[in-house]
Design a protein around this ligand. Sequence first.
Ligand SMILES: Nc1ncnc2c1ncn2[C@@H]1O[C@H](COP(=O)(O)OP(=O)(O)O)[C@@H](O)[C@H]1O
Ligand SMILES: [Mg+2]
Length: 389
Amino acid sequence: MSSTLDLEFIQDFTHFEQHVAKLIHRAGWTVETAKPNQPGYDLIATKENLIVAVQVKWLKNNATAPQLLKFADFLDSNEGKKFNSGWFITTKGFGGPAIALIRSWNKDTKIRCGIALENKLVSVDGSIDIISDNHKQTPSDTNLSTKIYFGVFTCKGGVGKTTIAAHLAGALALQGFNVALVDLDPEENLQKLVGDGVFVPNPKGAGTNIQVFKADDWHEDSARDCQIVICDCSPALERNPPELVNRLNYCIIPTTLNPLGINKHGKVIQETVREIRQINKTAHLFVLVNNFKDPGVKRFRLLKQVYLSAYTEIRKTDNKFHCIDPEEVCIRASDLLYYWGIHILENPENPASRLAFDLIGGRCYPREDFINLADFIEREAGIGVLRSS
Ligand SMILES: Nc1ncnc2c1ncn2[C@@H]1O[C@H](COP(=O)(O)OP(=O)(O)O)[C@@H](O)[C@H]1O
Ligand SMILES: [Mg+2]
C-alpha cells in the first residue's frame, strides 16, 4: 500500500525538523532550535513581539490525543506561559480522537496543529495557514482543495453504493471528521431516502448531522469546514459529473461475495476500474465486500481465494487498485441496513432521518462494520494528512 506521505525524501527526525524550520522561516519568522533535551518544544519561532513554541513530531502514524494533551499541558505550565502560541507539527496527520480533541478546543486556545507538506504547513482542518495568520481562512478562490473526496462507485446497480456512502459518512463523522454527502446519481435515491441531511446516532454521545447536497448545488464553499466529501455515484459513469469524478482521491467499489456471482463480479470490477481510469488516473480504488453472509470458515476461504484471484490482473497494471480483505473489513448483511433502505418504499414522503446505527441488544453490526471500514481507510488511505491536492 503506498503512503500518502508527501515527505518521502525525508528520512529522519533531524531532516524533518530542518524542513519544518525552513517552512516557518520562509513565512518570515526567525527560527531557533531549542537547547538539547529541552522538554516541551523543539523549535522557537519569533516575529516582532510574538514567540511561539514549536513541537515537531516525526511520526509514521497519526498523532494521538495524548501527545496533543501533553503539549497543551506544557503550554499551560510556567515554562510554557512565556509563549504566545504553540504549534504542533507532524508528518502524517491526526487520528480521529486527536481531531475530536482539537475540535473541542475553542478559538482562544494557544495550540495550532498542522502537517508539514513539501511546500507548506497546513492546519489540521486544512483551512488555515497556521504560520501566516492564526485565524484567517485561506481565500476560497485559491484552487488548492484541502478536502478529501471519496466516491462510492460500481458500474452495477443494487450493490449497496447508496447504503455505503451514507453509512461510511456516518462512521467518519463519528471519528471526528467533518463530512458532507453529495448525491451524484440522477435517480436521487440518497436524497429520497434522507432528504437534505441525515442524523448519525451515537450511543456514546450526542450524535451529529451530515448535510446532503445535490450534485448541482455542490461547490467547495458549500460546506467550508468540511474535510471529507463522500459522493454517492450513479452506476452509469457518464451520468456522474466528470469534474467530480476527476476530483476523487479515493473510490470505494462495493461488490458481493456470492458463489454464483463471483466471476461475473470480477468482470464488473474490471469494467468499473476501466471506466474510472478514463477520467481519473490517480484515485486509490478499494474493492469492498458488502452484504456479506458468513458461509463458515472452509467455504469462506474458498470464496476468498476466487475473489482475490479475480483481481490479480488488475493489480498487475494498476498500483492504486486495492482489494480489501473481507476477513479484515466487510459490511455484513443486516436487517438494519435492509430496513433502512426499504424506507424509500414504505415512507416516500418522510425521509429516513437517521442512519442504521442504533444498537439492538447492545450491538449494531452496521455501526461496527462501518467504523471498522472508517478506521481501515484512515489507516490505509492516510486521510489524517488532509493534504492539498
Ligand atoms: N449490507 C446490507 N445488508 C442488507 N441490505 C443491504 C445491505 N447493503 C445494501 N442493502 C440493501 O440493498 C439494496 C440496494 O442497496 P443500494 O445502497 O440502494 O445500492 P446501489 O446504490 O448500489 O444501487 C437496498 O435495498 C439496501 O437497503
Ligand atoms: Mg444508489
